[in-house]
Design a protein around this ligand. Structure first.
Ligand code: TYD
Ligand code: MG
Length: 454
């Protein structure tokens, strides 16, 4: 019989029979940990009762089951990202860089959920209760009926939760928690995993919702990332550029709602305020049309959002010209540059290229391709796009401009914000123009010739 592997890589999950400093499978250093079984108890007893071991036709599971009960916080940006409010007994992970505003967001959220009738316990492992109270005062939340605790020992926390029986527990942060049966320092992968496991299981058993706060490590992942992300129902990231006042709460996994939904907040001295019309905010600093600046009509989650794509193209003093991107994928930029060169004969050799999504937004939609190409060309030719124009469309390697989803929503949002013309793919459907004038193109060559006369 093969010997059982007892060491696992916390990054990729590869198993080993002995410890080593580096994972052969994914190359991560110091990620291999001894696998300690969490429980020696037998299999859970309640495995579908009498149905155990039998397969059930999908149709027999019943379709009349009510949707899970939810509570709205009244902060609509937060509620939407959660998929329409907080689901009872769900487990949520909120990740983000240190100092980005997670504690502020969750303290405000805690207060709103408490006002909505939930019993909320906020446990801070990073600050003393007095500090949390001071923060609450600064945020104007000192009257909110939230119970505060400053604890890091998991056993003490579970005891508190056992006696208080809250509807929602917020654990800030999971990296500061430690379980005394695990022999490693707080913040280590085994501690984070043990703490997250105990808290989420406890929450599911008692019908309590739990929000775990997690700091993101340098690589952009929460310590013990895969492990914690798998244990929870919903994973949210709180992101934003340090120099900007905008903060974006993004769902990357949600068992109870759409992933990729965003909520937009603005940082103020009195805490986070909701931004219900992000397009207006992201475009607010825009003046007259300038070369290199193009407005993209994008979809974030269920909502259209207009953002400005800015490009700068300049002769490069380096033998290897620079390609710098903020808020978009650099591989995708390289692809657009290659397509422009190969299909339209427009080369960027010897030119530095900078691309920036204004307002600290991050765009991952391929629908932004055409807007990026337009920004690059506009910067290169030093020619601004006509005023009040939005652009969207996906570019394929052949140079074709491919249709994207939700054309009508994109156009409607643009129209609402005072735009009159849209440069779009050759859409099949007509009549969905939402009162906008559309200029359609089937391929990049046609687009370049018509708009830039190149
Ligand atoms: P904090 O919520 O402590 O960040 P995190 O928990 O992610 O580490 O916020 C960091 C600092 O920013 C803190 O000193 C408070 C301040 N801040 C504001 O002044 N206004 C705001 O709207 C936010 C979100 C933070
Ligand atoms: Mg904090």
């Amino acid at each position: 019989m093969a010997k059982k592997a007892i060491f696992k890589c916390s990054e990729c999950g590869a198993s080993y029979t002995k410890w080593s400093g580096r994972c052969d499978s994914c190359g991560a250093w110091n990620s291999i940990e001894e696998e300690v079984p969490l429980s020696t108890a037998g299999p859970a007893k309640k495995t579908l009762g009498a149905m155990k071991g039998r397969s059930i036709p999908l149709t027999d599971l019943g379709t009349t089951e009510a949707p899970p009960p939810r509570t709205m916080s009244g902060m609509s940006e937060l509620d939407r990202v959660l998929g329409g409010g907080l689901v009872d007994a769900s487990a949520i992970l909120v990740g983000g860089d240190p100092g980005i505003g997670k504690s502020t967001l969750l303290l405000q959220g805690a207060a709103r959920f408490a006002e909505a009738g939930l019993k909320v316990v906020y446990i801070s492992g990073e600050e003393a209760s007095a500090q949390v109270r001071m923060r609450a005062q600064r945020l104007g939340l000192s009257h909110a009926p939230v119970l505060l605790g400053a604890e890091t020992n998991l056993r003490d926390i579970l005891t508190t939760l056992e006696t208080e029986k809250p509807d929602l527990a917020i654990i800030d942060s999971i990296q500061t928690m430690w379980a005394d049966h695990v022999e490693s320092a707080p913040g280590s992968v085994s501690q984070v995993r043990a703490a997250a496991h105990e808290l989420t299981t406890f929450a599911k058993q008692r019908g309590m919702a739990v929000i775990l706060v997690g700091h993101v490590t340098k690589e952009g992942q929460i310590a013990g990332p895969r492990v914690v992300e798998h244990m929870v129902d919903t994973v949210l990231y709180f992101e934003g550029e340090r120099g900007h006042q905008f903060r974006i709460l993004r769902s990357v996994k949600n068992r109870f709602g759409p992933a990729d939904e965003i909520g937009v907040f603005e940082m103020t001295g009195g805490g986070l305020s909701e931004v219900s019309n992000p397009s207006a905010l992201f475009l607010s600093e825009r003046g007259e049309p300038t070369p290199g600046s193009v407005v993209f009509s994008g979809i974030e989650g269920t909502r259209p959002v207009l953002v400005e794509m800015q490009a700068l193209v300049a002769p490069s003093p380096h033998s290897q010209p620079r390609r710098a991107v903020v808020g978009w994928d650099s591989a995708r930029l390289a692809m657009i540059l290659a397509v422009l060169e190969a299909r339209c004969g427009i080369a960027f050799a010897g030119l530095d290229v900078y691309l920036n999504v204004a307002g600290g937004m991050k765009i991952s939609e391929p629908a932004a391709d055409l807007a990026v190409a337009a920004a690059l060309l506009s910067a290169r030719e030093d020619a601004a796009l006509p005023k009040d124009t939005v652009v969207f469309g996906e570019i394929s390697l052949s140079g074709a401009i491919r249709p994207v989803g939700q054309t009508e929503n994109r156009l409607k949002e643009a129209q609402k914000l005072g735009f009159s013309t849209a440069i779009v793919p050759n859409a099949k459907k007509d009549g969905d123009t939402a009162g906008m004038q559309t200029r359609t193109f089937a391929d990049l060559t046609g687009f370049v010739g018509d708009i830039f006369g190149a």
